[in-house]
Each structure stands twice: as C-alpha cells, then as structure tokens.
Design a protein around this ligand. Structure first.
Ligand SMILES: Nc1ncnc2c1ncn2[C@@H]1O[C@H](COP(=O)(O)OP(=O)(O)OP(=O)(O)O)[C@@H](O)[C@H]1O
Length: 450
C-alpha cells in the first residue's frame, strides 16, 4: 500500500519522549488455554500469544507496534484496554496498577483509554444511528458536555471530517473510510488520553488509508492524545510513530525511536521486515543495491514456540546458544540510548546491502537438494505400491470434486437469493466510496502541486 500513500509530511522524531509515563507494561503475558480429551476435558496446552512484553507509552506520544500476523499485537492491545485479562505481568496507567482492576476500580480511568478497531464494518452497531453510536460512551460514563451531548456529537463529526447533518444516518449509508471516521469520533467522545488503534486502516481501500492516517495524526498532534498504533505495515508506522517496538511470536525483539529502528536496526528480524518495505524515493540503482531478505516460511506455532530465541528457526545467524538461551531485551553495544535489542548475534548498525539474497525457507532448500540428488531405482513392489497410492489419491480427488461441485451449486442458489438484497446496499456503499475516492484524488493533486 505504501506506494499509494499521500501522507502529510511527518515531523522529525523525538529522540527522548518528554511527556509523563502514561502507560507502563512489564512482563505482560497472555496464554490462551487449549482444552482436549473425552469425556472429561482437560487443559492440554496453551497458545502463548503474548509472552513477557515490556513497553512504555508517554503522554502525547505515538508509539508503533509492528510485526507479522499472529505475533500477538492485537492481544497486547486488548490486554492494555482491559478487554482481556492477562495471565501474568503488570499494567500500570499513570502510576496506578490496573492489571487486575475490577470494573468499579476502572471506572475513573475507563474513559481515558479508548480503542479504535480494525474493521469499521463490524465494529459499529448497524441498528444504531451515527448519533447514538457516538453519544453512547458519554451516556454510559455519565458525561454531560456543556451545550448537550447532541451538540458535542455534531462537533465530533466535524472534527473527523464528516457532515454533522449525517447525525441520524445509519452505518450502512457510509463508506469504509467514513465508518472508520465514525469509529474515531466515538473514541474521541470521552476525551481520552490514550488511544489503542489496532490496524485502523488495514481494512480500508488503499486510496482512503492515507486520509484516515492523516486524520489520526492530526488528532494525535492537536489534541495531544497518546497513541499505541498497531500495524503490520512498516511504512505507516514510520510515518505515524516516533517510537517503534517490533514484535515476534509474542515477544518484543527490538524497540527504539523511529530513526534508530529504520536506519540502524540491529535485530535480524527487523532487518528482514524492513527489507520487505518498498521505499518510494529510492533510485533504480539504490533499489538494486538494497538489502533483500526473503523472510520465507511461517511464524512457528505459538502453542509450542522454539526454545531460546524464538526467531532462531528463521534466522540466518542462529547458533547453538540461540536455542539454549533467550536473549534479553537490552541496550547492546553500538545502540543509542533507548534502543534495545534482544539478540545474541545482532547485525551491524547499518542497513547497507548484503552481497546475496538470504533464503530462510528450509523446506525450499530441502526441495532443491532433493531435486539435485538422482532418485534411487525403484523395486517392482515399490512401483506397484506407488501406483495404488496414486489411484487412491485420484479417487479422493474425485470425491472432493463431487462434494465441491454440490457445495458450489448450493452456494450459487443461496447467492441468488441474497443478491437482490445486497444490490441495494452495494449501490449505496459504492456511492459513498466514490465520494471518498474523489476526496483522495483531490488530496493527491494538492500534494503534487505542492
Ligand atoms: N481468543 C483466543 N483464543 C486462542 N488463541 C488466540 C485468541 N486470540 C488470539 N489467539 C492466538 O494468539 C496469537 C496472536 O494473535 P493476535 O491476534 O494477537 O496476533 P496479531 O499479531 O494481532 O495478528 P493479526 O495481525 O493477524 O491480528 C495467534 O496465534 C492467535 O491465533
């Protein structure tokens, strides 16, 4: 998406955050239990979604949390906003321990921590008007702004770039980008001090993403709200956040201010993530010399993560010690103040190009090796067994195809039934999308002109 972003110019990152410590998280852990067995279900394991995360967000700061899908970013966000109960660790908000705070104990600070969700389609109640959606946090928290709640809602709609006259409209009458603006207005209704934004633009059309990021940035700067900005897109985090933490398989592997992380990454995983980010302003020559690391293969299962360093199974520098000792997240030699890295064999503090590509996919290497070695001659028995295996596989494929064909027929019938209903809703959404896209083009033109 990065190539299509038309983001407003970002200001230089603050090296040392100046605000008070708003949120302090230490050793934060969430293990989701897995139950199995019959007839009596027992706990047979756990998904180690978040495992000992430490991070600090200062007042008014924008802090980015990045990593591949499944590394525990959303779970961290949900733990901080108290939508989930942690298995271990400590969450402190403005010096107050809220790790296991009850509903009643949380009441005074509930309004100060808000969340913006990834999917603007499912996060808004389709049966409520925009006015009701934005007003309800004020009602629940007994907040009565001067001038009344309705006036405040209209004001908020204006702040997020929506027409206050749309107060009585329903979510389906808005495009994705507009719905996310409604989500932002709802989060702002309680004048929060900290907003956890969980992938707030990844579900949006590319042409709309930049507008919503710019809106969030304006909100962050003008209203002085701290953000924990969760994303897998490093280009957006770079633009939005002054400090960044990189997560891998439930752990923070590197944290530091934006320029340190992007210009002097030390953890091999950060290098790999950055090598996948397209840079809009690179010349062709620079682009060719740029480091390319193909981080192939999937993140290992969080049910049984690798011992020691969790990245070692995909790391080109891994040695025996990486399997036996977990590297601590510390300021290693060569790092500036506040730049912490968890690695036994960190990269040099430079992002210069490597000599060759690094392929981390062991399965691919094994396949290439297999192809290079000529296959041993088959005995007649083996050949027969192979033929019957193939025949069995073919029968299985046939069965699957028949089931698939039946399922497709059924799906087609169902689709016909719903098509009429969907057509009306789609036409309305398309109209709204067209409005948004037009806005995006105007922004791009304006930027070009500048
Ligand atoms: N309620 C749950 N029960 C069991 N496992 C869960 C639950 N919620 C999340 N997980 C698992 O925890 C791990 C981390 O999930 P999480 O959603 O936090 O990752 P993420 O980095 O936000 O990924 P994504 O960007 O895809 O949402 C994943 O393996 C996920 O399957």
């Amino acid at each position: 998406m990065s190539e299509n972003l038309t983001l407003e110019k970002s200001e230089p990152a603050e090296t040392v955050p100046t605000g008070e410590k708003l949120l302090e998280v230490s050793g934060l852990t969430k293990h989701f239990p897995i139950y199995g067995g019959f007839p009596i279900k027992r706990r047979v394991g756990a998904v180690q979604a978040v495992d000992g995360v430490d991070l600090t967000v200062h007042a008014g700061e924008s802090f980015g949390l990045v990593g591949e899908s499944g590394c525990g970013k959303s779970t961290t966000g949900r733990l901080i906003t108290k939508l989930l109960e942690p298995t271990a660790g400590r969450i402190s908000y403005r010096g107050q321990d809220i790790t296991h705070a009850s509903r009643k104990q949380l009441e005074p600070i509930r309004s100060e921590i808000q969340m913006i969700f990834q999917d603007p389609y499912s996060s808004l109640n389709p049966r409520q008007t925009v006015g009701t959606i934005i007003k309800s946090p004020m009602e629940i928290n007994g907040i009565n702004p001067a001038g009344g709640r309705e006036a405040r809602v209209r004001e908020l709609l204006e702040i997020v770039g929506l027409n206050p006259e749309h107060y009585n409209r329903f979510p389906h009458e808005f495009s994705g980008g507009q719905r996310q603006r409604i989500g932002v207005a709802r989060a702002l209704a309680l004048e929060p001090k900290l907003i956890v934004a969980d992938e707030p633009v990844s579900a949006l059309d590319v042409s709309i993403q930049a507008q919503v990021v710019n809106l969030l940035q304006d909100v962050q700067r003008e209203l002085g709200i701290a953000f924990l900005f969760i994303a897998h897109d490093l280009a957006i985090v770079r633009h939005f956040s002054s400090r960044v933490a990189v997560m891998y398989l439930g752990k923070v592997v590197e944290v530091g201010d934006r320029d340190e992380i992007y210009n002097r990454p030390r953890h091999p995983y950060t290098h790999a993530l950055l090598s996948a980010v397209p840079e809009a302003d690179l010349t062709e020559e620079q682009d060719l010399s740029r480091e390319r690391i193909r981080l192939a293969g999937d993140v290992p299962s969080p049910i049984n993560p690798p011992s020691g360093c969790r990245f070692r199974t995909r790391c080109w520098k891994a040695q025996d010690v990486c399997a036996s000792q977990e590297p601590p997240l510390v300021q290693i030699s060569g790092n500036r103040s506040g730049h912490l890295t968890a690695c036994h064999f960190p990269e040099d503090p430079t992002t210069e190009a490597r000599e060759e590509d690094i392929v981390l996919d062991k399965a691919l290497i094994a396949l290439e090796e297999d192809l290079a070695v000529p296959a041993p001659a088959e005995s007649p028995e083996d050949a027969k067994a192979e033929v019957s295996k193939e025949a069995a596989a073919e029968t299985e494929v046939e069965v699957t195809k028949t089931v698939e064909a039946e399922a497709t027929e059924e799906a087609a019938e169902a689709a016909e039934d719903t098509a009429d209903e969907a057509e009306t809703a789609e036409a309305e959404a398309a109209e709204a999308d067209a409005e948004d896209t037009a806005d995006a083009e105007v922004t791009e033109d304006a930027t070009d002109a500048r």
